[in-house]
Structures are given as structure tokens and as C-alpha cells.
Design a protein around this ligand. Structure first.
Ligand code: ADP
Length: 538
């Protein structure tokens, strides 16, 4: 190749590279170009396998197919034809007469069949010296290369190496880009799962960068620019914002870091909490911060948990206080009555008076028993042991009548009157002890909260169910409490005006649910309430 030929050659390669042609096309073009301009020359480019034992890739369009197919089966070595030897030694090998050269002894016949008489081979190397393959020129006549020829094959081998390196670099860049994209996706995912976004602030350009999760956390459109720091005041309560501002200013002045708990401004999403962390990550030579970076984390769930835990603890303490009081009151009355009985046994025995006192003792005993049963239920039902003892032919109608009988005195004493409407002999497969608990709790509530007004109790069949309704015309329940009162320890009245543990309705609901029924209330404040229980008969 003359210099101009060399230049056009390089230009051709550059053009092919910039067109992003595949490697095969580039080598094919390179060989065609070279053979066209050097009549009689036949080119081949061979590449070694990764063990550097054999050639695995052959580009030699002008050599016969049988010849090219034989090459990958031959080991390279110290006398393995021109290319096998050149690759093995990492040195150029010039063979002017194949038939009479010792390097070709093994392959002489193969060359003859392909009509090849001379072969000059130049190793293709990386700058490190590692051999990748060979660039070779064959002739069909014995041929001795000129100095110019030598120069040409050296340059051609260099070009092949450069092209390969270019492709390798491109491959590595693509791989690196893919890895970066993957780790970016991982980061976005991790931030999303942790509900933790990251941000960066560059002082020089006063630019802020927010990760996608920050937009998620703050519920802002990710296509809008990040809020400048001063505008972030609108995100938090005034008190939180002031703390954040002070913490950031302190970190800027000292080159330190901060961690601040923030409460979000009231929004339709309900209360929100965040943890903001940040630190100076770069300073100029005078110690002025040039970069700040940090995170913003959504802390709402944890705060709510803390809040619930605190109120559960408060509820527990309140419950213990009320329970103690509730247990003590009947006990005091009971002891007092016993004392009176004991005393009256000393003097003239007034049988009537003693019997009435004993009756009182019995009543207080019953009240204590009911209280203790409820308390025991809280622990056992709360731990998931709602045990039902189902029996056939439980007569719900009789059961309701019996409970009413027990409460007749109390109803009279409260000033209420009773209207009952009990369809007889509604029988089913139920747990009578638990049924009695339902009725007892609802009737005693109607008396307690009934304000001395009439109480109505209805029991009837309704489709395949038994329907129990207990009406009172008492204090009623505010609308926003009507669901809550069925929860454990929940009450809609103050402790001072009405005593109670807030357990009765919860127990009723647990039993009804276990019996696959429903319980609900309809109520109006100061007008009264209707509690309904529907239980499947089967
Ligand atoms: P307790 O009566 O011991 O407080 P309950 O679980 O039986 O516990 O009732 C929970 C709350 O529901 C009561 O504190 C009261 O505020 C309300 N409540 C229950 N029954 C009635 C009723 N018949 N009328 C008005 N309020 C009621």
C-alpha cells in the first residue's frame, strides 16, 4: 500500500466504524479493499480462542471453504504453518515456499490442494503484547516480500487490533451503562420500599436535586422542579419548619449534620410525619459549604404506631383504675350488709330484715360474679379463645324470659317500665351460657342508660334467624361513637356519670360473631337506642 492507499484504507475503516457496522462487515471490507489493490494477494484474518490454543474465527473470503474449515481443528505451535507459528511465537513468520519449508511439513498437502505457494503472517496484538490472532497474505506462486510489503502487513495487523479494541471499548461502555441503569433502578426501588428519598444541593449553582421518592413522599408532581428551600416552609407545621431551618443553618455554619423530626401541614391525607437528615458533604478552601446532601423519610406509620401504643397504655391504666373501683363498690356494700346481719343476730332477730339484707348480699354477689366473668372474658377472648359449647334445642325464648325475671326488680328500681314481646319456643343450636351473656349485657345497659324511661324487649323469628331487639328511650349515643362502643374499653359516657368497664358490648359482639350473627345499634342522642342481635337458628 502506498501512503495514499494507506490513508484511504484508514478512512474506509473510520467510516465503517462511525456507521456502526458490525465487526464481520468491517473485516470483510478490509480484506476486499486490500485484495483489490494488491492483485495476486489473498488475505486471511484469524482469531485465537480464549485458551490461545487454536484459531476459532476465520475471515478469508478468497480462500477455498475446505481450507478455512480445516483451520479451527489445528493447534498452534512452533511449527504449525505460518499463522499457527506466528501466533504461537508472537512474531512475524515469512514463508516464501510452503512446499519446502519445515514449518509447513504437516500442512503441505492442504496448502497444495488450495493452490497456495507462499504465506506471510503477522501476529495481531494488543498494546499489552497479548496475541489475538494473525493477519496473513498468501500467494499462489512462491513470493518474497519487499520491505514495503512488510510494512503493509504490520500496519494491517495494527488496524485489525485497533478495530477490535474499539469494539471491546464500546461493549464495555454499554455494559457499564446497563449496570448503572440497573443500580439506578435498584436505588429507586430501595428508596420506595424504605419510603426514604435523597436530595443534593450544589451551592455554586444553587441547584437542588430530588430523587423520585422525595416527590412520592411529599405527594408532589415528579415533573416539577424541586422546591427551593424557603418554599419548603409550606410543607411542615410552623414549629417543625423553624426547627428544620435552625438545624440546617447550624449544619451550614459548623460543617456538621442534622436529624430533625417533622410534622406535615394538615392535609386531606391525615397527619403525616417525616424525618429529615442532612450533612455538609463538601466545603471550599475557606470552609464554606459547597454541597449539602441528605434524606427525607416518611415516618407516619411509625408515629401512628407509637401514638396507638401510647393510647393503648393509657386505656389500660384507665381500665385498671375503673376495674378496681367497680370491684370494690359491691364488695363494700356486701361487707356492710354482712356486718348488719351479724349485728342483728345479737339482739332480737328480725327475720324479714335479715332476709332482705341477705337478698342484698346475693345481689352484690351476682354483680361481682358478672363483673369477674366479663374480666375473665377479656383475657380469654382477647387471646383468641372464644370457646363455644353448642347444644341442640336451646330455647332462646325461655332464656330471655329468665333473664328478664332476674332484672325485674332492678328495672322497677330504676323507674323504668318493661314491655316485652317474646315469640315462644324459638329453639336452635346455640351456647346457652353465651346467649345469656348477650341478653344480660344488653338489658343491663338499657336499664343503666335508659334514663328511667320505658324499655321494650322483642324476640321473634325473622327468615332463618332469631332477632332480638332491646329498645330504650334514654340518653342515646352520639353518631360518631356508635361503631366505637363495640370495641374493647370504649365508652361514650364519662366515668363520673356512669360506671362501667366498656367491655359488655365488645363481649356481645365477640359472641355474636362466633355464632355467625350480627349486632348493631340505631340511636339518637337523648331519644334512645335500639340494640339488635340477629342469630342464625341453624
Ligand atoms: P359499659 O356499659 O361498661 O361502659 P359497654 O361495652 O356495655 O360498657 O358499653 C359501652 C358504651 O356504650 C357505654 O359506656 C355507653 O357509652 C354506650 N352504651 C351502651 N349501651 C347503651 C345504651 N343502651 N344507651 C346509651 N349508651 C349506651
Amino acid at each position: 500500500m502506498a501512503d495514499t492507499q494507506q490513508d484511504t484504507f484508514v478512512n474506509l475503516i473510520l467510516k465503517l466504524l462511525s456507521n456502526e457496522e458490525p465487526l464481520d462487515t468491517i473485516y470483510k471490507n478490509l480484506i476486499e479493499f486490500f485484495e483489490e489493490r494488491n492483485p495476486g494477494a489473498i488475505c486471511s484474518i484469524l482469531f485465537l480462542d480464549k485458551n490461545k490454543k487454536r484459531f476459532e474465527k476465520v475471515y478469508a473470503p478468497s480462500l477455498p471453504a475446505f481450507y478455512n474449515e480445516a483451520i479451527p481443528h489445528l493447534d498452534i505451535g512452533s511449527s504449525a504453518g505460518s499463522c499457527g507459528t506466528a501466533a504461537y511465537l508472537g512474531k512475524r513468520v515469512i514463508v516464501e515456499d510452503i512446499q519446502n519449508d519445515p514449518l509447513w511439513t504437516q500442512y503441505r498437502d492442504l496448502a497444495k490442494a488450495a493452490n497456495l505457494a507462499s504465506c506471510w503472517s503477522q501476529p495481531i496484538k494488543l498494546p499489552s503484547g497479548e496475541v489475538l490472532g494473525t493477519f496473513a497474505i498468501y500467494h499462489t506462486i512462491q513470493h518474497k516480500p519487499s520491505e514495503r510489503h512488510i510494512q503493509i502487513i504490520e500496519q494491517a495487523a495494527d488496524l485489525v487490533s485497533i478495530v477490535l479494541q474499539h469494539f471491546e471499548t464500546k461493549r464495555m461502555v454499554k455494559l457499564a451503562q446497563e449496570r448503572i441503569a440497573l443500580s439506578e433502578a435498584d436505588l429507586v426501588y430501595a428508596q420506595h420500599v424504605a419510603q426514604l428519598g435523597s436530595w443534593k444541593w450544589e451551592a455554586k449553582t444553587d441547584t437542588v436535586h430530588w430523587s423520585k421518592e422525595i416527590y412520592n413522599i411529599l405527594n408532589l408532581d415528579p415533573n416539577t422542579p424541586p422546591l427551593p428551600f424557603v418554599e419548603q416552609s409550606k410543607l411542615y407545621t410552623e414549629e417543625s419548619w423553624n426547627r428544620l431551618k435552625a438545624a440546617v443553618e447550624h449544619a451550614m455554619a459548623t460543617g456538621g449534620s442534622y436529624e430533625v423530626d417533622l410534622e406535615g401541614r394538615a392535609s386531606s391525607q391525615g397527619p403525616r410525619w417525616f424525618v429529615a437528615r442532612g450533612e455538609v458533604t463538601e466545603q471550599d478552601s475557606e470552609g464554606h459549604p459547597t454541597r449539602l446532601a441528605g434524606t427525607l423519610q416518611d415516618n407516619t406509620e411509625q408515629k401512628l404506631l407509637e401514638h396507638n401504643l401510647k393510647s393503648a397504655l393509657n386505656a389500660r391504666d384507665e381500665f385498671i383504675a375503673v376495674a378496681t373501683h367497680e370491684l370494690k363498690t359491691p364488695l363494700t356494700t356486701l361487707q356492710l350488709s354482712l356486718h348488719v346481719i351479724a349485728k342483728s343476730l345479737d339482739g332480737v332477730i328480725d327475720k324479714e330484715k335479715i332476709l332482705s339484707k341477705i337478698e342484698k348480699v346475693k345481689q352484690q354477689g351476682d354483680r361481682l360474679e358478672a363483673l369477674i366473668k366479663n374480666l375473665l372474658d377479656v383475657t380469654s377472648i382477647g387471646a383468641g379463645h372464644m370457646r363455644l359449647e353448642l347444644k341442640p334445642n336451646v330455647n332462646f325464648s325461655n332464656l330471655v324470659e329468665n333473664v328478664i325475671k332476674k332484672y325485674e326488680d332492678e328495672i322497677t328500681k330504676s323507674g323504668s317500665s318493661l314491655i316485652k314481646n317474646i315469640e315462644p319456643d324459638i329453639t336452635g343450636v346455640w351456647d346457652d351460657f353465651r346467649l345469656e351473656q348477650i341478653v344480660t349485657n344488653l338489658i343491663s345497659n338499657a336499664i343503666k342508660y335508659g334514663d328511667g324511661k320505658p324499655i321494650e324487649i322483642h324476640l321473634r323469628r325473622y327468615h332463618q334467624n332469631a332477632l332480638l331487639e332491646i329498645h330504650d328511650q334514654g340518653i342515646g349515643i352520639p353518631e360518631n361513637k356508635q361503631k366505637k362502643i363495640f370495641e374493647r374499653f370504649e365508652r361514650a359516657v364519662s366515668e363520673t356519670s356512669y360506671k362501667g368497664l366498656g367491655l359488655g358490648l365488645w363481649i356481645v359482639k365477640e359472641i355474636v360473631t362466633a355464632l355467625k350473627g350480627k349486632v348493631w345499634v340505631a340511636s339518637a342522642l337523648n331519644k334512645g337506642s335500639v340494640f339488635s342481635v340477629e342469630l342464625p337458628i341453624q
